[in-house]
Every structure is written in C-alpha cells, then in structure tokens.
Design a protein around this ligand. Structure first.
Ligand SMILES: Nc1ncnc2c1ncn2[C@@H]1O[C@H](COP(=O)(O)OP(=O)(O)OP(=O)(O)O)[C@@H](O)[C@H]1O
Ligand SMILES: [Mg+2]
Length: 474
C-alpha cells in the first residue's frame, strides 16, 4: 500500500478547461501538452484546485487539441483529495497532475492490491481496492496479451493482503505453481512478499497427482441436475431412467460410485437395466475422477485454504473437467446460505461458460455459473473470469460484472461489444487497447477510483504454463 505525503498540484500549464455541470470537462490544449487519453490533470481557478481525467483528445483545425474528460474530486490546501466534491467553472488552468496527486487518487481509501504502475504520465503505483472484489470481475485480452500472468499478480496480492480465500479453475495448469517462487524478485519489497507468500496455504489438486493432492469428485455428492447431466439424461425424454436415478439417489445416498451398478441390478426393472447399461456404456466407472478413498475437491475447498487450485488439464475423458467444475460449483451453491466469502477464479472462462449451447453437462455447468453471476454476490461468491474474447462468454454473465480489466485486444467488434457491456468506460480508453503491449491493462469499474491504464508489475510466484519457444539450431 503506497501513500504519499503533501500533494503538490503541478504549475506547468498545459492548457485550459471548463466545466458547465461540475462533472464533465472540456479541454483545450496545445499539441505538445504531454497529455494523453487517461492522463490525470489538475484544473485550477480562483475557487481552488480540482482533479480530473482526460477521456478523449482530438486534433482541431487550429492545430491544437480539443478534448473531454471528467472531474474526479477536489484537492484541498492540505493536500487531501475529496472524491466527488466537484463544481462547475467557466475557465481554469489545466495542468498534468503531479505524481503525488495521482498516488493519492489511486491510493484509494482502503487496502490497495498493488498491481503495477500508471501507463501514462508518472509511473506511480496503481492497484485495485481489495474491498471491491466483492463484485464480479471480467478480465479479457487476446491470446498472449498477458492475462494469466496478470491474474497471477492479482491473486498474489489477494493472498498477501486479504483473508479472502480463492478457488482457481485452471484449464491449462497455469496456476499449479502458485505456491512456488518465480526466481528472486527484483526489489527488496518483492523479496519480502515472496517470503510472506510461503506462509499461505496453497492446495494444488491435480488429475495425476505426483507430488500434489489428487483432484477427485464424488458422483453421489453431485446435485440431481449434475448427476443427470453426467449421465446425459433428460427428465422428460428419458423419464423412466431419470426416475430410476431419483430412486437410486434415495437408496445409494452418499455411498461410493461402485455401489451404483450392483444397486441397480437388485432393482430388476427395465428402467434400472437401461440406466445400468448407460452407466457402463459411458464408461463412467472407469474414470480416474471418482474420489473413492481420496478426498473430494469440494471437501478440500470446504476447509477454505487461502488458495485451492483445481488443475483441469490432463484428464483422459473430455467430460471429466466439466464434472469437476460441476461438483465444486454445485457444492458452493448448495452451501451458499453459510455466506462464506470466496473468490471463484475461472481462467479461459469460455470453456466453462460459453455463449453457445453445448452438451447437457456443458449447459449445466454454464447455467450454474450464470446463477452465481446473478445471485452469488450476496452470498459472498464472487467471480473473476478471464477470457480472450467477450463474444465467446455467456453475455448474462459478463453483464453482471462490475469490474473490468482489458488487456491488448485488436478486434474492433470485441471492443464495440465491451463498450456496450461496460457503458461506464469512456470509449476512447477502450480503443487504446489494440496499442497495448504485453502486460498493459485498462482497469475500470468499482475496483478503481477512475478508469486507468497500467503496466503490470512483476510476478512473485511461478506461472505454470507459459509460451513454448521455437527451437532454433544455433
Ligand atoms: N507482464 C509480463 N511480464 C513478463 N512476462 C509476461 C508478462 N505478461 C505475460 N508474460 C509472459 O508472456 C507469455 C504469455 O502470457 P500469458 O500466458 O499471461 O498470456 P494470456 O493472455 O493468458 O494468453 P492465452 O489467452 O493464450 O492464455 C507467458 O509466457 C507469460 O509468462
Ligand atoms: Mg492465459
């Protein structure tokens, strides 16, 4: 958490500003003003100093730039910043904000999870407000823009500065080394944070456990919808088998999966035989996934380690990772009334929450995520979803997100989609994203005091996946 002492409004005049409503800013600046979209500025008139932000700049016919922006707060003589206390004025001197003003602005009023530094202007530290992770967050950017790396930076900060537990649904084994140092950090603060992270409990559950815990699920603990989806049963089209499953649920209860077929055989009805054949034909009992003597993922998560990483890569059957997601999300939903806060991180969210319909199991997982997006917030279930393209993720889920992180994104249609979904972000700021370099991100929404582009800081823990290099001969 970074805080500065006395803020000093810059006296370098960059241009003039006016505001008719005390909220929006009209700007007039020479070309070489040094201001850019997103710059934090001060506007000074006889009545005092206010802080604002540039949202748009364009060249006018006289060779200068005209632009618009918003007022963010009032700066008092003692340097304190009062957000929202803004007023209208006729004409004021516009200047780039001094670094300590930006620091005060982005330092926020609560615990700050520092992610990096401002991308334009002075590289002051910027982060997100920990308290505002009690909303859903959407993190997007094209492949290679640095989403997974950046998510790692955020999750490290959550581990360091909050007691908010998290579960990470990790389709590419990118977070399996979240408990391990990434070399030695370049700063003393980074090295101290790396030491501190060693004291957090990070449980990594993997399909082929090796040195880790096994990632397993109990079929009998799935909800009725979950069981039916795994068995590809429709309650109407397959009503006899479905009904058999309802009875089985009552009889087998929480017993082991191996009891299912013998139990069905004792029932000796046509529907029971059909259901038994279905279980065998789908090869369900051969899946490595079933917990048997192991602990199930939901049971581990119930202990609320600081972080629980579910490595969804490496199952032999493509349905297995969906069953893991289903069982964990089902369990969280069933226990929602306990109101235990949890950050549910879903990397490559288009896999579990696609915009298109898929198999019954895919749809069941997606519907559960839609439900958590709509109603989970009040129960302390907060989503953090990452994906390459907004169009690939269920729209009802994105529209429930209050926080946005946008990394490099070249497609104009994706940017237009984001502008519609996140109407509170100035469009020119979204349109900067095709020019972002790897590791640059626009943060907007409740978790930052103003939309702001940042350069991500250093990872302290190791990223599991990462790009594969082309092998060269020399
Ligand atoms: N800020 C950064 N500093 C250093 N290396 C980075 C940074 N961001 C990303 N990288 C590296 O670049 C590679 C690609 O980044 P990353 O895996 O985060 O991309 P991604 O946006 O998640 O891509 P995909 O959508 O394909 O998963 C990784 O090897 C990562 O370690
Ligand atoms: Mg990634």
């Amino acid at each position: 958490m970074q805080r500065s002492q006395e803020p000093t409004p810059s006296t370098d005049r960059a241009g003039t500003a006016s505001s008719q409503d005390g909220r929006r800013l009209d700007l007039h600046v020479p070309l070489e003003s040094g201001l850019a979209i997103g710059s934090i500025v001060t506007v000074t008139d006889d009545a005092g100093v206010q802080v604002g932000q540039v949202h748009d700049l364009s060249l006018s016919s006289d060779g200068s730039s005209r632009g618009s922006g918003s007022l963010l707060g009032a700066l008092a003589d003692d340097g304190s910043l009062t957000p929202g206390a803004t007023r209208a004025f006729g004409s004021a001197v516009l200047a780039p904000a001094a670094p300590d003003v930006s620091t005060r602005l982005f330092g926020g009023s609560g615990e700050l999870l520092e992610l990096g530094t401002l991308r334009v202007g002075h590289p002051v530290p910027v982060g997100v407000l920990a308290a505002r992770l009690n909303r859903h967050t959407f993190w997007c950017g094209q492949s290679g823009s640095g989403k997974t790396y950046a998510l790692g930076v955020l999750l490290e900060q959550v581990l360091l500065h909050t007691r908010l537990p998290m579960v990470i649904l990790d389709p590419n084994s990118d977070f399996v080394a979240l408990g391990e140092r990434a070399g030695t950090a370049s700063t003393a603060a980074g090295r101290a944070a790396q030491d501190e992270l060693q004291h957090r409990s990070v449980r990594v559950l993997r399909p082929r456990p090796g040195d880790h815990e096994a990632l397993r699920v109990r079929f009998t603990a799935l909800s009725m919808e979950g069981k039916a989806a795994v068995l590809r049963l429709d309650p109407v089209a397959d009503r006899d088998e479905y009904n058999e499953l309802v009875h089985l649920e009552l009889e087998v209860g929480s017993q082991d999966t191996t009891q299912i077929v013998p139990q069905l055989r004792t029932r000796d009805s046509a529907a029971a035989r059909a259901l038994s054949a279905r279980v065998e034909n789908l090869g369900l009992l051969g899946w490595d996934l079933w917990a048997r003597e192991h602990r199930a993922a939901a049971e581990v998560l119930d202990e609320r380690p600081d972080a629980t990483v579910l490595d969804l890569a490496g199952f032999s059957n493509p349905d297995e990772y969906l069953v893991v997601a289903m069982s964990v999300l089902d369990d969280l939903w069933a226990k929602r009334e306990r109101r235990r806060p949890l950050l549910v991180v879903i990397d490559e969210a288009h896999n579990l929450c696609p915009s298109d319909d898929g198999s019954p199991l895919q749809n069941a997982v997606r519907d559960r995520i839609v439900q958590i997006a709509a109603e989970g917030r009040k129960y302390g279930l907060w989503l953090l979803l990452s994906t390459q393209r907004p169009a690939k993720v269920q729209r009802n889920v994105i529209s429930q997100c209050d926080n946005l992180a946008l990394m490099r994104m070249s497609s104009p249609s994706d940017i237009a989609e984001l502008a519609t979904l996140f109407g509170f972000v100035p469009v020119p700021m979204l349109e900067e994203s095709p020019f972002f370099r790897q590791g640059e991100a626009l943060l907007a929404g409740g978790f930052v005091p103003a939309p702001t582009a940042i350069t991500m800081g250093e990872r302290l823990t190791r990223q599991g996946g990462g790009d594969v290099r082309v092998p060269l001969r020399s």
